[in-house]
Design a protein around this ligand. Structure first.
Ligand code: UD1
Length: 366
């Protein structure tokens, strides 16, 4: 992109971490189809090839116009670096709108910088609430929504949460779930046999992902979690692509000291969803995976005391479990299998990106 096009770009998407990429792809595609002038600013919050580049390639995301290379750090260090870098970008580009996604530190940093520069903000995945302020994501969600001119909502109850917090409902639009657009668009490419063969996986397995600070940051907590994962592995093989955040503590607690546990590096989007699709059940503390299993009909056991995505319980396959419930609840899920009772939440239909684009273009006066 040459300098003149950059100056003319009227929408800036701020992407930083793995789940952002999956949500942004359909929105960027739909805006491109409507002729919007767009730029992608990658903050560099996630930077490993397996945490970032592979998603850009597989999801057909445009090459970022800039990567700020912010990297890792404590919340204050990372958020401060994000804000400093983003301020320069926003001043240089003077966009008509900044679009932020989800609940990561890049999301709140971009919303705060844009709001203080007087640049309108659209938040994709607004209004989700776990009501658990010990989660960094809950802090990020609440503050981002207060700063947003457009709250693009994936789940109906989110509008009630926003209204309860004083957000004008005229700013809120139920658009559906762009992460599910990405899932449905790529469904035919999820080849479970290929991913099994590539990684030497058994036919029957539970797929696990564990990276929440509350679960993996303390060595003691990680040890209790690993003991219970081993309990699951006594029932059925466990395949676990390990997020870099929990790697040291989970391995120090002996995660791979069990023949039934298959520790993998983080997988790209296509391989990961192929592994999820072929799993007998999923054990996770991820947000997005609760939604993806709802659509794929794979039983999901979420190792958390709460969820900001209750629709995955009311409509989908998701169940919240404590550490000590993990083994019996996994056994029950394996016996029960896919319940076939899962209903698709409203507007999780593969057309959320175009609906986002419509609201955004109307906002911009097109
Ligand atoms: C972040 C989000 C979380 C999201 C997750 C998805 C925040 C507060 N949290 O958590 O909501 O579910 O992304 O993955 O924004 N690291 C690497 N390589 C990378 C990125 C990170 O090794 O490419 C390691 C670093 O040691 C880093 C740690 O992972 O310190 C944590 O990374 P960070 O981006 O701070 O938070 P996540 O745990 O990834």
């Amino acid at each position: 992109m040459n300098r003149r096009e950059i100056v003319l770009a009227s929408i800036v998407h701020v992407l930083g971490a793995r789940p952002n990429f999956v949500k942004a792809a359909p929105v960027i595609e739909a805006l491109a189809a409507r002729g919007a002038r767009q730029a992608v600013v990658h903050t560099g919050q996630h930077y490993d090839e397996r945490m970032s580049d592979v998603f850009f390639r597989e999801l057909g995301l445009p090459e970022p116009d800039v990567n700020l290379g912010v990297g890792s750090g404590s919340h204050a260090v990372q958020t401060a670096a994000l804000m400093t870098g983003l301020e320069q970008e926003f001043i240089g580009r003077s966009p008509g709108l900044v679009i932020v996604y989800g609940d990561v530190n890049s999301t709140i940093a971009a919303a705060l910088v844009a709001a203080k520069l007087g640049i309108p903000v659209a938040h994709v995945e607004a209004g989700l609430r776990s009501f658990d302020m010990t989660m960094p994501e809950e802090v990020n969600r609440r503050l981002t929504d207060q700063l947003s001119d457009l709250c693009l909502v994936t789940s109906p109850e989110a509008i009630g949460h926003l209204a309860d917090e004083g957000v004008d409902v005229a700013r809120c639009h139920l658009v559906g779930n762009p992460m599910i657009d990405t899932l449905l668009k790529n469904l035919d490419t999820f080849d479970t046999g290929a991913v099994r063969a590539a990684h030497g996986l058994p036919d029957r397995y539970v797929l696990a992902t564990l990276h929440r600070p509350a679960n993996v940051d303390s060595p003691d907590t990680a040890a209790v979690l690993v003991k219970n994962v081993h309990g699951v592995a006594d029932l059925v093989d466990v395949v676990i692509p390990v997020h870099p955040r929990g790697r040291a503590n989970l391995l120090a607690a002996g995660l791979d000291d069990h023949d039934g546990v298959h520790v993998l590096e983080p997988l790209g989007y296509i391989d990961f969803l192929a592994a999820v699709r072929g799993a007998a059940a999923v054990v996770t503390d991820s947000g997005g995976l609760q939604e993806e299993t709802t659509i794929l009909g794979v039983p999901c056991l979420t190792v958390r005391p709460n969820t900001e995505r209750p629709i995955t319980i009311t409509h989908g396959t998701n169940r919240l479990v404590g550490f000590d419930e993990l083994v019996p609840r996994t056994r029950a899920a394996l016996e029960e299998g896919a319940r076939g009772t899962s209903r698709t939440p409203p507007l999780w239909d593969g057309a959320a990106g175009p609906r986002c684009a419509e609201v955004i273009m109307e906002f911009l006066g097109d």
